[in-house]
Design a protein around this ligand. Structure first.
Ligand SMILES: Nc1nc2c(c(=O)[nH]1)N[C@H]1C(S)=C(S)[C@@H](COP(=O)(O)OP(=O)(O)OC[C@H]3O[C@@H](n4cnc5c(=O)[nH]c(N)nc54)[C@H](O)[C@@H]3O)O[C@H]1N2
Ligand SMILES: Nc1nc2c(c(=O)[nH]1)N[C@H]1C(S)=C(S)[C@@H](COP(=O)(O)OP(=O)(O)OC[C@H]3O[C@@H](n4cnc5c(=O)[nH]c(N)nc54)[C@H](O)[C@@H]3O)O[C@H]1N2
Ligand SMILES: [Mo]
Length: 782
């Protein structure tokens, strides 16, 4: 950990020697000798495990090891030699543990024993597995309705574990499946399913080799999908245009030195990534894209008048789409003044982006959290797809939609049925294969689950991974919700805040991680995962388990199902987990796409799930891909807060630093943004800092202005000058989650609006200081 707080300009490219140094440092801090880093070399290899870092696909799984700094950190975090044993829990009460920072909790290492919270001593004490399952079963079976129980999933869970988990929960009788997707790419599925008939991306890695232009909206691949930089670098080198839309200057979108390229490393060279970088306003994407669309339509009108070839793909539009006329008419009426004001870009900048789009024969549009965590996220994604449809950039080589997923198996978990709104056809099939009548009523999503726990409808909270207490919005409300439960249970690899914010009874169930050997009745097992481009492949751990007490996630589900369902269930739970190939055979019976699953996944690299939109078949009600019109929104919570408040209201976006994995804090540095040793920072434009009468280095508090009229506060952030548009601010997630009202979410998708929070900036009030987490030095060293 860096001890010094320093803010300085980072002038090097992303990647390079600093990336190698940083990986070595993180391995060292977890007491993993670099020479023994066999673990690392097995990431994303045909006979190794799938990297738990992100959902970016591997360039053919048989290639040599692809170096990725943040993949190395994710692997090191799991393969750490540190252990959170019963001795740790004996030493501290839960109240004492709660005073430590998330970074410290994470650093205690891998959980080794199932633990039960003891109210009398306020300590977690060891408990046997059978006893733990009996306790959960007793709680579940005492509920007056299965819908009183809530089953959360984070996105690292394998297909096999997820499939068994949803089966158990549905046999138990509920569709209450909040998951991390609800806070992540939910709007992507919500937008694309009715629009093009699939809720997933349509491109493969091969398309990245062919694209003439790649548009990237709201994504920071240098930190969150470092292997994507390799693809972008190659695209840049062969002359493809790479166009970034991002309010923040992100080094990874500017320049990259590939640690795998000897010449680049030795010469100190690097490759330019973005050919054009548009620093739009936070939440300005819809306006910007609509402007690009206007430009394309105007160019087409001009081409028609002048008798030149059309600028839009009229044949594609006629054959494959519906709604074009109304959509084009709507785009014509949107005026440039609104587009400029809401996007923060000039008409000339937008027209330039439009010209790049027009010049390219094949275009890929990628997007991440910068697009999905706003009130108008679904509309923005519709607009991205509209843009693609205009020139037939869907279902042709080098083109398509690419929502870049987060967690390494978040897409697979959904495919396996972790969804609160399952389709009747899926439920029919599941019921037929397993001989039961699945519940039909839709279940709770993440926000719905918090509301239900708050008002007493939700009584048992069970989490398959993740860190619900910290990842969710409205921290104060969420914590109250969890504490209001009769029982909270967390299946986890590492200690985190959610284990400390617990119900009247509480359990921590430690599980195997993906890097570890998982031995069941028929020997070592492999699991499967699905990446962001719908490739399904095997993953097998290579390390000895962190503790002999650990169970695998599938085994935990099976034993819990036996305890809770007893003779009610016809499913042979023990037999299924005896050999994960048996689970895969059942998956194949339920999902046509997984026919012959075991054989097809045995091939190195696995197989790709079918994607109708990529084949220009539109599984929509109309049988066509839909153009969907939306006005540029001018009445968002931020607009309303601005109109109502006297003082200047900023739009705050919450982002990941380079040293974190969601709520897991690996370290206190954010190298590419030039911040070291401090996470409580607030990135702001120099002129905004001056206008506030403040200077860089000053400490401030943030207050959000929610539509519910309540002011939520997050205290003590250090101002940092940054290349960001005026009126916009950025700070890290999860320190700022307390500012997001539970009632503020994306239309239709209900994703918390973590990327557009109306806030005011106040001088730091000493009395508002949160109790300083113990491992962070409080004095400012500049
Ligand atoms: N190392 C590492 N890897 C990860 C993760 C991690 O925490 N650490 N998390 C994983 C997960 S679950 C996910 S979902 C992904 C997340 O990966 P990303 O989608 O890259 O996530 P963020 O860091 O939240 O921020 C995205 C980018 O959006 C920009 N942005 C913010 N607001 C706006 C806006 O209004 N418009 C536009 N155009 N841009 C905006 C920010 O400046 C930032 O560059 O990464 C996955 N991979
Ligand atoms: N303000 C704000 N809030 C956000 C976001 C944001 O950008 N801004 N991003 C949102 C997004 S995109 C996401 S995906 C969510 C993430 O929400 P979550 O998925 O709930 O959170 P994580 O931090 O990824 O979960 C980390 C924990 O998972 C456990 N874990 C790790 N590996 C395993 C495993 O193999 N098995 C099991 N059982 N447990 C494991 C460890 O105990 C670790 O502490 O947060 C969301 N919240
Ligand atoms: Mo995510």
């Amino acid at each position: 950990m860096s001890e010094k707080k320093i803010v300085r300009h980072y002038d090097r490219p992303a990647g390079g020697w600093d990336a190698l140094r940083s990986s070595a440092k993180h391995l060292f801090e977890q007491d993993i000798p670099v020479l023994g880093a066999r673990t690392l070399l097995s990431a994303n290899q045909p006979d190794g495990f799938d990297c738990p870092g992100c959902a970016w696909p591997d360039r053919d799984h048989t290639s040599t090891f692809e170096f990725c700094e943040n993949g190395a950190k994710a692997v090191a975090a799991e393969a750490t030699k540190h252990r959170a044993t019963p001795e740790l829990f004996a030493k501290y009460t839960v109240a004492e543990l709660s005073r430590y920072s998330d970074h410290w909790l994470e650093d205690q290492g891998r959980l080794t024993h199932p633990m039960r919270w003891d109210a009398a001593s306020d300590r977690y004490l060891p408990i046997g597995w059978d006893e733990a399952f009996a306790l959960i079963a007793a709680h579940l079976n005492a509920l007056d309705s299965p819908d009183r129980a809530i089953f959360y999933t984070s996105g690292r869970t394998s297909n096999e574990a997820a499939f068994l988990y949803q089966l158990f929960v549905r046999e138990f009788g509920t569709n209450n499946f909040p998951d991390c997707s609800n806070m992540c790419h939910e709007p992507s599925g919500t937008a694309m399913t009715p629009q093009i008939g699939v809720g997933k991306g349509t491109v493969s890695l091969h398309d990245f080799e062919l694209a003439d232009a790649i548009f990237i909206f709201g994504q920071n691949p240098g930190t969150n999908h470092p292997r994507m930089l390799g693809e972008l670098r190659k695209a840049s080198k062969r002359g493809a245009a790479i166009v970034s839309f991002n309010p923040l200057r992100e080094r990874g979108l500017e320049r990259f030195a590939d640690p795998q390229d000897k010449l680049e490393m030795l010469s100190g060279g690097s490759t330019r990534i973005s050919s054009d970088y548009f620093q739009l306003k936070i939440g300005g994407d819809l306006a910007a894209i609509k402007g690009v669309i206007k430009h394309v339509l105007e160019a087409d009108a001009l081409a028609q008048r002048e008798g030149r070839p059309r600028a839009i793909d009229t044949a594609f539009i006629a054959e494959h789409t519906a709604g074009f006329e109304a959509f084009a008419a709507d785009a014509a009426t949107e005026n440039w003044t609104t587009i400029e004001a809401e996007s923060g870009l000039t008409e000339a900048q937008i027209r330039r982006a439009g010209d790049i789009y027009l010049k390219a024969e094949s275009v890929i549009c990628c997007w991440g959290m910068g697009v999905t965590q706003h009130k108008h996220s679904v509309a923005t994604i519709h607009m991205i797809v509209n843009l693609l449809l205009l020139r037939g950039n869907l279902g042709k080589p080098g083109a398509g939609a690419c929502p870049v997923r987060g967690h390494s198996n978040v897409q697979g978990d959904r495919t396996m049925g972790i969804y609160e709104k399952p389709s009747p056809a899926f439920l029919d099939r599941l019921g037929a294969v397993f001989g039961f009548d699945p519940p039909r009523e839709h279940g709770l999503d993440t926000i719905g689950a918090i509301e239900a726990m708050l008002d007493g409808r939700g009584k048992v909270f069970f989490a398959m991974g993740g860190n619900f207490a910290t990842a969710t919005p409205d921290t104060e409300a969420t914590h109250r919700a969890l504490r209001n439960c009769d029982l909270t249970v967390h299946v986890a690899t590492k200690l985190n805040r959610s284990h400390l914010v617990h119900g009247r009874e509480a359990l921590i169930l430690p599980c195997l991680g993906r890097t570890e050997i998982d031995v069941q009745e028929t020997g070592p097992q492999a699991v499967t995962v699905e990446d962001s481009m719908s490739m399904v492949h095997l993953s097998a751990g290579i390390n000895a388990p962190a503790s002999s007490e650990l169970l695998s996630e599938p085994a935990i589900v099976a034993r819990l199902a036996e305890a809770a369902l007893g003779s009610r269930s016809k499913t042979p739970w023990r037999w299924l987990v005896g050999d994960y190939g048996r689970i895969r055979d059942k998956i194949a019976e339920v999902f046509d796409d997984f026919r012959d699953f075991n054989r097809r996944v045995a091939v190195p690299g696995g197989f790709r799930l079918s994607n109708t939109a990529a084949q220009r078949q539109w599984s929509t009600p109309s049988g066509k891909a839909m153009f969907v019109a939306h006005a540029v929104p001018t009445d968002l919570p931020v607009h309303r807060a601005r109109a109502a408040a006297g003082s200047p209201v900023f739009t705050l976006t919450t982002v990941r630093s380079h040293d974190q994995y969601n709520t897991t804090i690996y370290g206190l540095d954010d190298r590419y943004r030039g911040v070291f040793g401090e996470r409580r920072v607030l990135f702001a434009h120099a002129e905004d800092i001056a206008a506030l009468g403040m200077k860089a280095g000053d400490w401030v508090d943030l207050e959000s202005l929610g539509d519910d009229g309540r002011r939520r506060r997050a205290a003590r952030f250090m101002l940092v000058e940054y290349a960001i548009p005026r009126g916009c601010l950025a700070a890290y997630y999860p320190e700022t989650n307390a500012l997001v009202p539970l009632s503020s979410f994306a239309d239709e998708a209900r994703t918390p609006t973590s990327k557009s929070i109306p806030v005011v900036v106040l001088p730091h009030a000493q009395d508002a200081a949160p109790e300083a987490p113990r491992d962070i030095p409080v004095a400012v060293v500049r």
